[in-house]
Design a protein around this ligand. Structure first.
Ligand code: F6R
Length: 366
């Protein structure tokens, strides 16, 4: 059942190239320049008239929502807010018929997300679901939706659900951008082509496994770890930190790299590993100066960089190389080595990787 892998989590990490493909199959037609998602097509007017999109979710799904915020705003120019479902539902949120709510949930059973959906519906919003489990409570409660096709996710730590959620949300943003004319034709076609070959690049990113294991052996006894990223990779930093804490029980925090100087930099010393997501696309020069700030305070840098990078390599203590993609699609790639790093650290610490303490696969309590 684990397909020869030692844990479900590792199996699920390795399934990502194929489940991303399963998720875009029949929807993404790169050569024809078409994205076809029935849930979006049937409700196109609602999306196009939306004054605002509010994304509600919890945990890793909330991180996918944050990535989607960057993608939707850039591609469609529709303002997006991302809310923890638990905060949204308890604060009498301002929401009405001009809002579109997107609820993201792997299990489709998360109690807080469900309650947020019911509240949004009561207030007249159109609610769209992005769920993995077909027939789940959330897929039934939402007005419409698009499933992720990740297949059953058994490991409690979410991996393939995250990347397939981003895949669905990216396709939605592209479809809406096409309808709104907010992306140039060239960019639209380029993103379609690029998304189509993402599974190949994820496969390549999985080749960082040996390197991730080597780095894991060095840092398995750390008590703390910081994860930093900017732009599209800020949410990836949050997700990297969550993966580490939930399965290895090492305290970890994710931050937007520029926030370092507003407090967390005080934590930096020679015992603090700092994982920095620094692909060549995006805010590269800014990230390089963040790395310099950390180095000058004796922090230890583990950098995720684009293949062939030289500038960060010179500064970093450890380097993990990933294939190049455009900034907007990079979370699908940069996430992979962070999943592997957490996995190996947890295994080396003797943790129960698939069933971490105190956690359940679906959180049906409030
Ligand atoms: C983290 C994790 C949790 C879930 C969260 C939401 O690895 O698994 O943070 O992401 O409980 O669950 P879903 O997506 O099922 O609503």
């Amino acid at each position: 059942e684990k397909g020869g892998y030692e844990h479900f989590m590792l199996k699920e990490i390795y399934e990502q190239p194929s489940v991303i493909k399963d998720t875009y199959r029949g929807r993404l037609h790169a050569n024809e320049g078409i994205i076809q998602m029935s849930g979006v097509e049937d409700n196109l007017e609602k999306f196009l008239n939306a004054e605002r999109i509010i994304i509600v979710a919890c945990g890793t799904s909330w991180h996918a929502g944050l990535v989607a915020e960057y993608i939707f705003e850039e591609f469609t120019r529709i303002p997006v807010e991302v809310e923890y479902a638990s905060e949204f539902r308890y604060r009498n949120p301002i929401i009405g018929s001009k809002d579109v709510v997107i609820a993201i949930s792997q299990s489709g059973e998360t109690a807080d997300t469900m309650a947020a959906i019911k509240l949004a519906k009561e207030k007249g919003a159109f609610v769209y679901g992005v769920c993995n489990v077909v027939g789940s409570s959330i897929s039934r409660e939402t007005h419409a939706g698009s499933h992720t096709h990740a297949g059953p996710e058994i490991g409690v730590a979410s991996t393939k659900a995250f990347t397939t959620q981003i895949t669905v949300l990216t396709m939605m943003a592209l479809r809406l951008a096409k309808a709104k004319g907010t992306l140039s034709n060239t960019d639209f076609h380029r993103y379609l082509q690029e998304l189509e070959i993402i599974p190949e690049k994820v496969k390549e990113a999985l080749e960082t496994n040996a390197k991730a294991k080597e780095i894991a052996a060095v840092f398995k006894d750390s008590h703390n770890c910081l994860y930093l990223g900017r732009g599209y990779n800020f949410p990836v930093a949050l997700e990297g930190a969550l993966k580490l804490k939930e399965i290895s029980y090492i305290h970890a925090e994710g931050y937007p790299a520029a926030e370092m100087k507003h407090g967390p930099i005080a934590l930096i010393d020679e015992h603090m590993p700092v994982v920095i997501i620094a692909p060549k696309q995006g805010h590269y020069d800014k990230i390089v100066s963040n790395i310099q700030e950390i180095k000058s305070r004796s922090g230890i840098i583990i950098a995720v960089v684009t293949k062939g990078d030289t500038q960060v390599r010179e500064l970093a203590d450890y380097v993990i190389e990933i294939p190049e993609t455009s900034d907007a699609l990079s979370p699908l790639i940069t996430t992979i080595p962070l999943q592997l790093l957490s996995y190996h650290i947890a295994v080396m610490r003797g943790c129960n990787v698939d069933q971490p303490r105190n956690l359940a696969k679906s959180v049906t309590v409030e």
